[in-house]
Ligand binder design. Sequence first.
Ligand code: AMP
Ligand code: MN
Ligand code: MN
Ligand code: MN
Length: 282
Amino acid sequence: MKLATELNADLHAHSTVSDGTLPPRELVRRAAVQGVELFALTDHDEVAGIDEAAAAAAEIGLPFVAGVEISVTWAGRTVHVVGLGIDPRNESLRQGLVQVRSGRTVRAMQMGEELARAGIGGAFDGALKYVGNPELISRTHFARFLVERGVCRDTREVFSRYLVEGKPGYVPHRWASLAQALRWIGDAGGVAVLAHPARYPFSENELWALAAEFRDLGGAAIEVVTSNHGAGDVQRFTDLALEFGFAASCGSDFHGPGESQAELGRVGVLPYRLTPVWHRLV
Ligand code: AMP
Ligand code: MN
Ligand code: MN
Ligand code: MN
Protein backbone atom coordinates (compact mmCIF):
# COMPACT_ATOMS: atom_id res chain seq x y z
CA MET A 1 0.00 0.00 0.00
CA LYS A 2 1.23 3.48 -0.81
CA LEU A 3 1.26 5.87 2.16
CA ALA A 4 -0.15 9.40 1.85
CA THR A 5 3.36 10.79 2.33
CA GLU A 6 4.68 8.77 -0.63
CA LEU A 7 2.94 10.85 -3.27
CA ASN A 8 5.61 12.28 -5.58
CA ALA A 9 4.79 15.90 -4.82
CA ASP A 10 7.08 18.70 -5.99
CA LEU A 11 5.75 21.87 -4.42
CA HIS A 12 8.65 24.27 -5.04
CA ALA A 13 9.92 25.23 -8.50
CA HIS A 14 10.81 28.31 -10.55
CA SER A 15 10.11 29.37 -14.13
CA THR A 16 11.38 32.20 -16.36
CA VAL A 17 8.80 34.39 -14.63
CA SER A 18 11.38 34.60 -11.81
CA ASP A 19 14.86 33.05 -11.89
CA GLY A 20 14.21 29.67 -13.50
CA THR A 21 15.33 28.87 -17.03
CA LEU A 22 12.22 27.08 -18.35
CA PRO A 23 8.95 28.84 -19.24
CA PRO A 24 5.98 27.73 -17.07
CA ARG A 25 4.57 25.42 -19.77
CA GLU A 26 7.86 23.59 -20.29
CA LEU A 27 8.46 23.31 -16.56
CA VAL A 28 5.08 21.62 -16.06
CA ARG A 29 5.73 19.22 -18.92
CA ARG A 30 9.12 18.34 -17.50
CA ALA A 31 7.59 17.72 -14.08
CA ALA A 32 5.15 15.23 -15.60
CA VAL A 33 7.93 13.49 -17.54
CA GLN A 34 9.96 13.17 -14.33
CA GLY A 35 7.05 11.41 -12.61
CA VAL A 36 5.75 14.26 -10.46
CA GLU A 37 2.19 13.53 -9.29
CA LEU A 38 1.37 16.91 -7.70
CA PHE A 39 3.13 20.06 -8.82
CA ALA A 40 3.32 23.69 -7.66
CA LEU A 41 4.86 26.65 -9.45
CA THR A 42 6.38 28.96 -6.82
CA ASP A 43 8.10 31.84 -8.55
CA HIS A 44 9.79 34.49 -6.41
CA ASP A 45 7.47 37.39 -5.55
CA GLU A 46 5.39 36.85 -8.69
CA VAL A 47 2.28 34.98 -9.84
CA ALA A 48 2.38 35.88 -13.54
CA GLY A 49 3.24 32.30 -14.59
CA ILE A 50 0.34 30.61 -12.81
CA ASP A 51 -2.25 30.76 -15.60
CA GLU A 52 0.11 29.29 -18.19
CA ALA A 53 1.28 26.57 -15.80
CA ALA A 54 -2.26 25.69 -14.72
CA ALA A 55 -3.40 25.42 -18.34
CA ALA A 56 -0.43 23.22 -19.27
CA ALA A 57 -1.05 21.00 -16.24
CA ALA A 58 -4.76 20.66 -17.09
CA GLU A 59 -3.87 19.65 -20.67
CA ILE A 60 -1.75 16.74 -19.49
CA GLY A 61 -3.80 15.88 -16.40
CA LEU A 62 -1.15 16.78 -13.82
CA PRO A 63 -2.66 17.93 -10.50
CA PHE A 64 -1.50 21.51 -10.01
CA VAL A 65 -1.22 23.91 -7.06
CA ALA A 66 -0.85 27.66 -7.56
CA GLY A 67 2.08 28.95 -5.51
CA VAL A 68 4.47 31.80 -4.83
CA GLU A 69 7.72 32.20 -2.87
CA ILE A 70 7.77 35.50 -0.99
CA SER A 71 11.03 37.18 0.05
CA VAL A 72 10.93 38.24 3.70
CA THR A 73 13.34 40.03 5.99
CA TRP A 74 13.34 38.58 9.51
CA ALA A 75 15.90 39.48 12.19
CA GLY A 76 17.91 41.25 9.50
CA ARG A 77 18.16 38.15 7.31
CA THR A 78 16.35 36.96 4.20
CA VAL A 79 13.82 34.19 4.77
CA HIS A 80 11.58 32.66 2.11
CA VAL A 81 7.92 31.84 2.67
CA VAL A 82 6.08 29.74 0.11
CA GLY A 83 2.34 30.24 -0.31
CA LEU A 84 0.48 27.21 -1.68
CA GLY A 85 -3.07 27.05 -2.96
CA ILE A 86 -3.23 30.80 -3.39
CA ASP A 87 -5.70 32.64 -5.57
CA PRO A 88 -3.36 34.48 -7.96
CA ARG A 89 -6.08 37.08 -8.61
CA ASN A 90 -6.40 38.15 -5.00
CA GLU A 91 -5.82 41.93 -4.83
CA SER A 92 -4.15 41.96 -1.42
CA LEU A 93 -1.58 39.39 -2.56
CA ARG A 94 -1.06 41.10 -5.91
CA GLN A 95 -0.51 44.51 -4.34
CA GLY A 96 1.85 43.02 -1.78
CA LEU A 97 3.92 41.32 -4.46
CA VAL A 98 4.13 44.55 -6.49
CA GLN A 99 5.57 46.16 -3.36
CA VAL A 100 8.11 43.37 -2.79
CA ARG A 101 9.24 43.44 -6.43
CA SER A 102 9.53 47.21 -6.57
CA GLY A 103 13.00 47.48 -5.06
CA ARG A 104 14.63 44.84 -7.25
CA THR A 105 15.70 47.00 -10.18
CA VAL A 106 17.43 49.66 -8.07
CA ARG A 107 19.11 46.91 -6.04
CA ALA A 108 20.30 45.28 -9.28
CA MET A 109 21.78 48.58 -10.51
CA GLN A 110 23.65 48.88 -7.21
CA MET A 111 24.88 45.32 -7.60
CA GLY A 112 26.16 46.30 -11.05
CA GLU A 113 28.06 49.21 -9.50
CA GLU A 114 29.49 47.06 -6.73
CA LEU A 115 30.67 44.43 -9.19
CA ALA A 116 32.19 47.15 -11.40
CA ARG A 117 34.18 48.31 -8.36
CA ALA A 118 35.36 44.73 -7.99
CA GLY A 119 36.59 44.84 -11.59
CA ILE A 120 33.62 43.22 -13.36
CA GLY A 121 32.04 45.71 -15.73
CA GLY A 122 28.69 45.55 -17.53
CA ALA A 123 27.08 43.19 -15.05
CA PHE A 124 23.70 44.94 -14.86
CA ASP A 125 23.21 44.79 -18.65
CA GLY A 126 24.73 41.32 -18.71
CA ALA A 127 22.32 40.05 -16.06
CA LEU A 128 19.38 41.62 -17.90
CA LYS A 129 20.00 39.31 -20.86
CA TYR A 130 18.99 36.40 -18.62
CA VAL A 131 15.90 38.08 -17.20
CA GLY A 132 12.52 36.78 -18.36
CA ASN A 133 10.46 39.24 -16.32
CA PRO A 134 11.75 42.83 -16.16
CA GLU A 135 10.25 43.27 -12.67
CA LEU A 136 12.15 40.29 -11.37
CA ILE A 137 15.91 40.72 -11.56
CA SER A 138 17.51 38.28 -9.16
CA ARG A 139 21.02 37.51 -7.99
CA THR A 140 20.70 34.31 -10.02
CA HIS A 141 20.70 36.34 -13.25
CA PHE A 142 23.95 38.03 -12.21
CA ALA A 143 25.38 34.63 -11.37
CA ARG A 144 24.63 33.35 -14.88
CA PHE A 145 26.33 36.39 -16.40
CA LEU A 146 29.46 35.94 -14.29
CA VAL A 147 29.67 32.31 -15.41
CA GLU A 148 29.23 33.43 -19.04
CA ARG A 149 32.09 35.91 -18.52
CA GLY A 150 34.29 33.12 -17.19
CA VAL A 151 34.69 34.84 -13.82
CA CYS A 152 33.51 31.66 -12.08
CA ARG A 153 32.93 28.06 -13.11
CA ASP A 154 29.34 27.79 -11.93
CA THR A 155 26.63 29.79 -10.21
CA ARG A 156 27.36 28.29 -6.80
CA GLU A 157 30.90 29.65 -6.99
CA VAL A 158 29.56 33.07 -8.00
CA PHE A 159 27.34 33.16 -4.92
CA SER A 160 30.07 32.19 -2.51
CA ARG A 161 32.64 34.59 -3.99
CA TYR A 162 30.48 37.57 -4.93
CA LEU A 163 26.81 37.57 -4.06
CA VAL A 164 26.42 36.75 -0.37
CA GLU A 165 26.79 39.00 2.66
CA GLY A 166 30.33 40.26 3.09
CA LYS A 167 31.25 39.72 -0.58
CA PRO A 168 31.89 42.51 -3.11
CA GLY A 169 28.70 42.22 -5.17
CA TYR A 170 26.29 41.93 -2.25
CA VAL A 171 23.75 44.71 -1.72
CA PRO A 172 21.60 44.48 1.41
CA HIS A 173 17.88 44.70 0.78
CA ARG A 174 14.73 44.99 2.86
CA TRP A 175 11.97 42.62 1.73
CA ALA A 176 8.47 42.11 3.19
CA SER A 177 7.94 41.51 6.90
CA LEU A 178 6.95 38.02 8.01
CA ALA A 179 3.56 39.39 9.11
CA GLN A 180 2.93 40.95 5.69
CA ALA A 181 3.83 37.80 3.78
CA LEU A 182 1.56 35.67 5.96
CA ARG A 183 -1.26 38.17 5.67
CA TRP A 184 -1.05 38.26 1.86
CA ILE A 185 -0.98 34.46 1.63
CA GLY A 186 -3.89 34.19 4.05
CA ASP A 187 -5.90 36.83 2.17
CA ALA A 188 -5.36 34.80 -1.01
CA GLY A 189 -6.67 31.64 0.70
CA GLY A 190 -3.28 29.92 0.70
CA VAL A 191 -1.24 27.87 3.16
CA ALA A 192 2.06 29.45 4.29
CA VAL A 193 5.11 27.18 4.23
CA LEU A 194 8.51 28.07 5.71
CA ALA A 195 10.90 27.32 2.84
CA HIS A 196 14.25 25.45 3.02
CA PRO A 197 14.82 26.01 6.76
CA ALA A 198 18.37 24.63 6.79
CA ARG A 199 19.58 27.38 4.51
CA TYR A 200 19.31 30.23 7.01
CA PRO A 201 22.30 31.40 9.02
CA PHE A 202 20.40 31.14 12.31
CA SER A 203 21.35 29.54 15.59
CA GLU A 204 19.03 26.82 16.91
CA ASN A 205 17.42 29.38 19.27
CA GLU A 206 16.82 31.86 16.45
CA LEU A 207 15.35 29.15 14.26
CA TRP A 208 12.91 28.17 17.01
CA ALA A 209 12.00 31.83 17.52
CA LEU A 210 11.33 32.10 13.78
CA ALA A 211 9.20 28.95 13.82
CA ALA A 212 7.21 30.22 16.82
CA GLU A 213 6.57 33.62 15.25
CA PHE A 214 5.70 31.98 11.94
CA ARG A 215 3.16 29.73 13.70
CA ASP A 216 1.70 32.59 15.74
CA LEU A 217 1.16 34.58 12.52
CA GLY A 218 -0.75 31.68 10.96
CA GLY A 219 2.08 29.74 9.28
CA ALA A 220 0.98 26.12 8.86
CA ALA A 221 3.76 24.13 7.23
CA ILE A 222 7.50 23.74 6.77
CA GLU A 223 9.61 22.22 4.01
CA VAL A 224 11.08 19.06 5.45
CA VAL A 225 12.23 17.50 2.19
CA THR A 226 14.04 19.92 -0.12
CA SER A 227 17.11 19.74 -2.34
CA ASN A 228 19.65 21.03 0.17
CA HIS A 229 18.48 18.85 3.08
CA GLY A 230 20.56 15.82 3.96
CA ALA A 231 19.26 13.00 6.17
CA GLY A 232 20.20 14.93 9.33
CA ASP A 233 18.26 17.98 8.19
CA VAL A 234 15.19 15.88 7.37
CA GLN A 235 15.32 14.39 10.88
CA ARG A 236 15.81 17.78 12.51
CA PHE A 237 12.92 19.44 10.67
CA THR A 238 10.66 16.41 11.14
CA ASP A 239 11.13 16.94 14.87
CA LEU A 240 10.49 20.66 14.49
CA ALA A 241 7.33 20.08 12.43
CA LEU A 242 5.99 17.66 15.06
CA GLU A 243 6.92 20.01 17.90
CA PHE A 244 5.14 23.00 16.33
CA GLY A 245 2.25 21.11 14.73
CA PHE A 246 3.32 22.06 11.21
CA ALA A 247 2.30 20.10 8.15
CA ALA A 248 5.25 19.13 5.94
CA SER A 249 6.08 20.10 2.38
CA CYS A 250 8.37 18.58 -0.19
CA GLY A 251 9.95 20.40 -3.14
CA SER A 252 13.01 20.43 -5.36
CA ASP A 253 13.47 24.23 -5.66
CA PHE A 254 14.26 23.43 -9.28
CA HIS A 255 15.59 26.37 -11.33
CA GLY A 256 16.60 24.64 -14.56
CA PRO A 257 18.31 21.64 -16.13
CA GLY A 258 21.98 21.51 -15.27
CA GLU A 259 21.79 24.29 -12.70
CA SER A 260 19.80 22.91 -9.81
CA GLN A 261 20.87 20.54 -7.08
CA ALA A 262 17.84 18.33 -7.68
CA GLU A 263 15.77 17.36 -10.70
CA LEU A 264 12.00 17.92 -10.53
CA GLY A 265 10.34 15.21 -8.44
CA ARG A 266 13.66 13.73 -7.28
CA VAL A 267 14.05 14.84 -3.69
CA GLY A 268 12.49 11.88 -1.92
CA VAL A 269 9.32 11.39 0.07
CA LEU A 270 8.22 12.78 3.42
CA PRO A 271 8.73 10.78 6.61
CA TYR A 272 5.50 8.85 7.28
CA ARG A 273 4.94 10.46 10.71
CA LEU A 274 4.28 13.86 9.14
CA THR A 275 1.06 15.34 7.81
CA PRO A 276 1.63 16.21 4.14
CA VAL A 277 0.82 19.84 3.36
CA TRP A 278 -1.44 18.69 0.51
CA HIS A 279 -3.89 17.46 3.15
CA ARG A 280 -4.33 21.12 4.07
CA LEU A 281 -4.96 22.28 0.50
CA VAL A 282 -8.60 22.41 -0.43
P1 AMP B 1 17.45 37.16 -4.79
O1 AMP B 1 15.98 36.90 -4.53
O2 AMP B 1 17.67 38.08 -5.95
O3 AMP B 1 18.19 37.59 -3.57
O4 AMP B 1 18.08 35.77 -5.25
C1 AMP B 1 17.87 34.63 -4.47
C2 AMP B 1 18.10 33.41 -5.34
O5 AMP B 1 19.47 33.21 -5.54
C3 AMP B 1 17.62 32.14 -4.70
O6 AMP B 1 16.26 31.92 -4.92
C4 AMP B 1 18.43 31.09 -5.42
O7 AMP B 1 17.85 30.82 -6.67
C5 AMP B 1 19.74 31.80 -5.66
N1 AMP B 1 20.77 31.45 -4.67
C6 AMP B 1 20.90 31.92 -3.42
N2 AMP B 1 22.00 31.41 -2.82
C7 AMP B 1 22.56 30.57 -3.73
C8 AMP B 1 23.72 29.73 -3.75
N3 AMP B 1 24.54 29.66 -2.69
N4 AMP B 1 23.99 29.03 -4.88
C9 AMP B 1 23.18 29.12 -5.96
N5 AMP B 1 22.09 29.88 -6.01
C10 AMP B 1 21.77 30.60 -4.92
MN1 MN C 1 15.71 31.39 -6.98
MN1 MN D 1 14.15 30.20 -1.69
MN1 MN E 1 12.88 28.75 -4.49
